[in-house]
Design a protein around this ligand. Structure first.
Ligand code: SPV
Ligand code: MN
Length: 625
């Protein structure tokens, strides 16, 4: 007799009991039983991924009012609490054993103290509620990339979202051996208000116990904090990848379509709300993923998969002109969960949707009317900037056909981009893997955005756009990236992109749509079909090539003047950037590979030499020889 299943028995229906017994991994039984006991769940629902079980989850999300149906069939709206509108850095902490120190850049708490605290908050949090157990597969199923996950949650919205965003895993769990490894997440929305949002945001805890591959999340509903397989299990995966010598990255994946039907796969790392999803969705290209990728060396080639199977995308400035394909999806019938937009008469409204917005309705603050203020006297916007939609990737007509390929796709290019208003040119190619990983990846600078709770526009270094998610000394993560390239016969070409460069007056120098030109240029560079100009920070495009691409793609006459403004090397800004990055690594990072300082110093020297020769603001023409 299995004591954990027996302990659970009073909380299980006969069908759920049978579903649980079909899994022969004792750690699964133990985790579910201990979670149900700690949280005092009244019932436990085991989701077997059958059509009936998935329907039941959908229905319950509506019956409990965590979601409300909208006019279009399959569409629902979910709200998160007013103070729960993004990933919460302050409340997210690594549980670290005594005498271990991760990094000054990371939030950590003593493991024993943290466990006691979070378990205290979780105790009895599901009284009178059902706990749902969901089994998922991160990455395609039955593949070398697959990582299994189990989430227990009392939120039907969370369980429903997981259906749209991840691959089902019950079948794999039920045929796996007793010692199968998997990641665990325990989430409770905690006390709910009458609007069905977490009430006690001041008692929010999101704790990562990497010693036990377990995440605890409580008093939050925002998907980035509650859906364990978004950024929470990602943290555990990064740790695993670092131990095993592969890469878990905050990267989109896309197929870029070149001349003569050629398709070339690129990955792109961008911090949240810096253009990652919109790049992956460019019209005419195919989207394989928009948020998290695993990359492995297979036969000396870098191959990548999308960890997820859906999109949890920002719904701001999504309009029928710039975002044709997703705008269409958002208006078609089919399953979509909108969150934190305004709803009026069953129709969702968001910021920048290209039409007039109502003056009243229901939004993330409850009943809303124009001019409504919050407790602090701040005016509440009609929809939240970080409002989102969740949809399966397969709903997009340009979903890449390789999504389920168990060995992934061959990566030919990797790009790193942040919100850098001052220094980096819009696109450049690194001299080699090491230069790219360090100068564009490890040195990635950006500004905070609305995707995390807190002040926007604060400049920071966000290593490879995964700094928040690393639970090992940061220097070791750079080392793992550098070593990964050495295993590859032809490492992917590394590019740096910057969609946010501004002139001195604070005007953006590019239209958001220009990114398509940069992408096509990178594709041509990967195949050696266009030349480039060597500058101190990397290879940049030649004017003639961009002019052609602007004409072809955007029917735009790209002027030399614009080119010079965008691609001039700003020496002082670049040198200042290097100083900040060096300082950051010296102050906050341990185990930094020597190569980091070497590459940064080399770049500094190149800039200094160029400054002596050409001055502070160097037109690309000067480097053209
Ligand atoms: C991001 O903020 O990077 C996201 C959304 O992809 S989430 O991590 O789920 O908050
Ligand atoms: Mn993300």
């Amino acid at each position: 007799m299995n004591p954990y299943i027996e302990a659970l028995r009073p909380k299980l229906s006969k069908a759920d009991y049978d579903k649980l017994c079909a899994i022969s991994i004792p750690k699964v039984h133990e985790f579910i039983a201990k979670s149900a006991d700690l949280c005092n769940a009244e019932h436990v629902f085991i989701c077997s991924d059958s059509v009936e079980d998935k329907d039941y989850i959908r229905q319950q999300a509506i019956a409990t009012k965590e979601e409300t149906p909208l006019n279009i069939s399959g569409h629902t709206i979910h709200y998160d609490g007013y103070y729960d509108q993004g990933r919460d850095r302050k409340a997210t902490k690594y549980l670290v054993p005594k005498r271990i120190f991760l990094s000054k850049a990371l939030n950590q708490i003593d493991r024993q103290e943290g466990l006691a605290e979070v378990k205290g908050v979780l105790r009895d949090s599901m009284t009178g509620r059902t706990m749902i157990a969901r089994f998922l597969s991160l990455g395609p199923t039955d593949s070398v990339f697959t990582i299994l996950g189990l989430q227990c949650t009392d939120s039907w919205y969370v369980a429903h979202s997981e259906d749209l965003l991840y691959r089902s895993g019950y079948k794999i769990f039920s045929k796996s051996g007793s010692d199968t490894q998997f990641l665990r997440v325990l989430h409770s929305a905690g006390k709910l208000t009458e609007n069905m949002v977490s009430a006690e945001h001041d008692k929010k805890c999101i704790y990562i116990d990497y010693m036990d591959n377990t995440i605890y999340s409580v008093n939050t509903q925002y998907a980035g904090n509650s859906i364990g397989f978004k950024k929470l299990a990602f943290r555990l995966a990064i740790r695993k990848a670092n131990t095993e010598g592969w890469l878990a990255e905050h990267m989109m994946l896309m197929g870029v379509h070149g001349p003569n039907g050629r398709k070339t796969y690129f990955a792109g790392a961008f911090p949240s709300a810096c253009g990652k999803t919109s790049t992956a969705m460019l019209p005419g290209e195919t989207i394989l993923g928009d948020d998290i990728a695993y990359i492995r060396e297979i036969d000396s080639v870098a191959r990548a998969v999308n960890v997820e199977a859906g999109i949890f995308g920002i719904i701001k400035d999504v309009n029928p002109i710039d975002d044709v394909s997703i705008f269409k999806v958002l208006h078609n019938t089919g399953e979509i969960i909108f969150s934190n937009v305004l709803v009026k008469d069953g129709k969702p409204y968001w910021l920048g949707m290209g039409s007039e917005l109502p003056k009243e309705g229901i939004n993330f603050s409850g009943k809303w009317y124009e001019g409504k203020k919050d407790e602090a006297g701040n005016e509440i916007s009609v929809a939240h900037k970080n409002a989102r939609y969740a949809v399966t990737l397969k709903a997009l007509e340009n979903c890449d056909p390789e999504l389920e390929n168990p060995i992934g796709v061959e990566l030919k290019g990797i790009m790193y981009g942040g919100r850098d208003i001052k220094a980096y040119v819009p696109v450049q190619q690194s001299f080699d893997w090491e230069h790219g990983i360090i100068s564009y990846g490890a040195a990635l600078e950006t500004e905070t955005t609305f995707a995390t709770i807190g002040k926007e526009g604060v400049p920071e270094i966000n290593m490879m756009s995964i700094q928040d998610f690393i639970s090992i000394p940061l220097g070791k993560n750079v080392r793992n990236n550098l070593d990964f390239g050495k295993k590859l016969q032809n490492p992917p070409v590394v590019f740096g992109v910057n969609y946010f460069l501004q002139d001195k007056q604070g005007n953006y120098l590019n239209d958001p749509k220009d990114k398509h030109v940069w992408i096509k240029w990178m594709e041509l560079r990967v195949h050696g079909e266009v030349d480039a100009i060597k500058t101190p920070t990397g290879y940049i495009p030649k004017y003639e090539d961009l002019r052609k691409l602007f004409k072809q793609l955007r029917d735009k006459d790209y002027s030399k003047e614009d080119y010079i403004k965008q691609f001039s090397i700003r020496v002082t800004e670049n040198m200042d950037k290097i100083k900040r990055v060096r300082q950051f690594y010296k102050k906050n990072v341990t185990y930094t590979p020597e190569a980091v300082f070497w590459e940064l110093n080399q770049q500094y020297e190149r800039l200094l030499n160029a400054k002596e020769k050409y001055g502070d603001y160097i037109s690309p023409e000067e480097f053209k020889e």
